[in-house]
Design a protein around this ligand. Structure first.
Ligand code: CA2
Length: 145
C-alpha cells in the first residue's frame, strides 16, 4: 500500500514562528513522525511539500499514474482558496484524508471554508502532528475494506 502525503505552503517553516499555534517541532520532525507511522502501519509513504498551487495540482495528478493508493493532504492556506486542488482530488478519485495541525474551526472566519476537504472522506483537525498518523491509519483501514 502506497500513501502520498501532501503539505502546502509554509509548512516547511514549522517550528520557526507561530509556535503557539503549530507547536515547536519543525518540518523534519513531522516527516520523521510520518515515516515512523508508515513503518508501524506497514505501508510505503511519499512526502511532498510545495509552496506553489500548480505544483500541488501536478503532484496530485501524478498520483493517478504512479500507483498511489491514497492521499493525506494538508493544503495549508490553499485549503481556503483553491478550487484547483479540490478539482485535482476529484479528478484522480483516490481516497483522501484532510489534516490540519491547528483547530481551524476555532480560528478566523476565512479559515472556515475548506475546498479540498470537500473531496476528502475524513478530516483530522486540531490534533497537531498526530493528525497525520490518524489520517494514515484511516486510509489504511479504508483501503483494506
Ligand atoms: O492548521 C493547519 O495545519 C493549517 O493548514 C496551517 C496553515 C493555515 O493557513 C491553515 O489555515 C491551517 C498555515 C501553515 C503555515 O505554517 C506556518 C509555519 C510557521 C510559521 C508560520 C506559519
Amino acid at each position: 500500500m502506497k500513501l502520498l502525503i501532501v503539505n502546502g505552503p509554509n509548512l516547511n517553516m514549522l517550528g520557526i514562528r507561530e509556535k503557539h499555534i503549530y507547536g515547536d517541532r519543525d518540518y523534519d520532525a513531522l516527516c520523521a513522525l510520518i515515516r515512523a507511522e508508515a513503518d508501524r502501519l506497514g505501508c510505503e509513504v511519499e512526502l511532498f511539500q510545495s509552496n506553489h498551487e500548480g505544483a500541488i495540482v501536478d503532484r496530485i495528478q501524478q498520483a493517478y499514474f504512479d500507483g498511489t493508493d491514497g492521499i493525506v493532504i494538508n493544503p495549508a492556506a490553499y485549503t481556503h482558496t483553491s478550487v484547483a486542488i479540490l478539482d485535482a482530488l476529484k479528478a484522480v478519485q483516490l481516497p483522501a484524508a484532510e489534516v490540519h495541525i491547528s483547530d481551524v474551526s476555532k480560528r478566523e472566519p476565512f479559515r472556515q471554508i475548506s475546498y479540498a476537504g470537500m473531496a476528502c472522506g475524513a478530516h483530522f483537525i486540531g490534533l497537531g502532528f498526530q493528525g497525520y498518523g490518524k489520517a494514515m491509519e484511516w486510509l489504511v483501514e479504508t483501503l483494506k475494506k
